[in-house]
Design a protein around this ligand. Structure first.
Ligand SMILES: Cc1ncc(COP(=O)(O)O)c(C=O)c1O
Length: 372
């Protein structure tokens, strides 16, 4: 057996729509029916009025920050445990990402730690709905209101997740998504920002496409970027979105299966679903408990020998040498994130994993903990 950590689920509609885009000759990111169709459908899905597609999730976050006017010297509070794309997007604006430690159970930014990191330079809070579980947003939004900060949601891993019945992406000023190949829905590479603000949407649209002039195209209105998603990618995304409920059902079934069959293993910590949350279990991420701390390579290598691919968790921002050198972060700044980052990994959780494959992963993991 060889079980990949993730592979996308296509129905045939993706190829049909992509082919339609190609046959029509609508290849670029400036015209073609699928760009607006995907933007409209996805923003509606996120309960937002506006959607602006981008090349990937990283450019979505950067576009959001640029649109909000985050600038050199500003500080942005960021959940430390994330793909470093979240941190880099802040750095692209010349701003400084300030790592915030995470909660023990959700692995998301701990809102209780925000206030003491706020300075005169703080302009925004960049939350990450990690592994599909929404951040506890009410305290984040209350702090943002109190200190007049923007809230940007990195929902790259959380399409369809809900906080108190509301879709992630719609809770802050701007929500950012990735459609990379392993994401809940994919366009290969791709991203989108969603917002309810017409002003922000219009500015983002302009910045995304080189700030072309509205009257005179080549008299540019702002120094923009070319962050356009192509119409062919948007065609794939439009098809994927039509199947999102099924994909999310599969993700939940996979998570339920793993929890039902593994949760008695004392050496492991499992994802949670808080009262306020609908978790979409983007990837089934688990963490080795204290008795196995520091032995992740041993465990994942034994799984690899059995044909089971895993992926290690992220190395938190406060542990990145790049940032320690540039900003004086200390490795010890976020101890909870460090522990999860060093001892966490995903089990195979692609939407088309079979029952036999799931059973094999469960059997192999149980066997491993009995014999290690
Ligand atoms: C939390 C998070 N933010 C941002 C990104 C960046 O997205 P992309 O790879 O589409 O640029 C990723 C990774 O894919 C991610 O997991």
């Amino acid at each position: 057996m060889k079980i990949p950590v993730s592979r996308p689920l296509f129905t045939g509609l993706e190829a049909r729509y992509a082919n339609q885009a190609i046959v029509n000759g609508d290849l670029s990111g400036t015209f073609g029916e699928f760009i607006s169709r995907f933007e409209n459908n996805f923003s509606k899905y996120c309960e937002c009025n506006f959607g602006i597609s981008t090349m990937n999730g990283t450019t979505a976050i950067h576009l959001a920050l640029a649109t909000l006017g985050i600038k050199a010297g500003d500080e942005v509070l960021v959940s430390s445990l994330t793909n470093m794309a979240t941190f880099f997007a802040v750095v692209y604006q010349g701003a400084i990402p300030i790592p915030i430690d995470i909660e023990l159970d959700t692995w998301n930014l701990n809102p209780e730690l925000l206030e003491k990191k706020i300075t005169k330079k703080t302009k925004a809070i960049l939350v990450v709905h990690l592994f599909g579980h929404p951040v506890d947003m009410d305290p984040v939004l209350a702090i943002a209101r109190k200190y007049k900060l923007y809230v940007v949601e990195d929902a790259a891993q959380a399409h369809g997740a809900e906080y108190k019945g509301k879709k992630v992406g719609s809770l802050g000023d701007v929500g950012c998504f990735s459609f990379y190949a392993n994401k809940v829905i994919t366009t290969g590479e791709g991203g989108m920002i969603v917002t309810n603000s017409e002003g922000l949407a219009s500015r983002a649209r302009s910045l995304k496409s080189l700030g072309y002039g509205r009257k005179n195209k080549f008299m540019h209105e702002v120094i923009g970027f070319n962050y356009r998603m192509t119409n062919v990618q948007a065609a794939i995304g439009t098809a994927q979105l039509e199947n999102i409920d099924f994909i999310l059902k599969r993700k939940r079934d996979i998570a339920d299966f793993y929890i039902d069959h593994l949760s008695d293993i004392q050496e492991l910590k499992f994802p949670v679903e808080k009262n306020y949350a609908k978790n979409v279990y983007w990837m089934f991420h688990i963490v080795l408990g204290e008795s196995f701390a520091g032995r992740r390579d041993l465990v994942t290598n034994l799984l690899k020998e059995k044909g089971i691919e895993t992926r290690e968790s992220f190395i938190p921002g406060n542990m990145q040498k790049l940032f320690i050198d540039a900003y004086g972060f200390r490795e010890t700044d976020c101890p909870v994130a460090n522990n999860v980052g060093l001892n966490g990994f995903y089990l195979p959780s692609g939407p088309n994993i079979s029952k036999d494959e799931l059973q094999y992963v469960v059997y192999s993991l149980r066997d491993l903990f009995l014999n290690i």
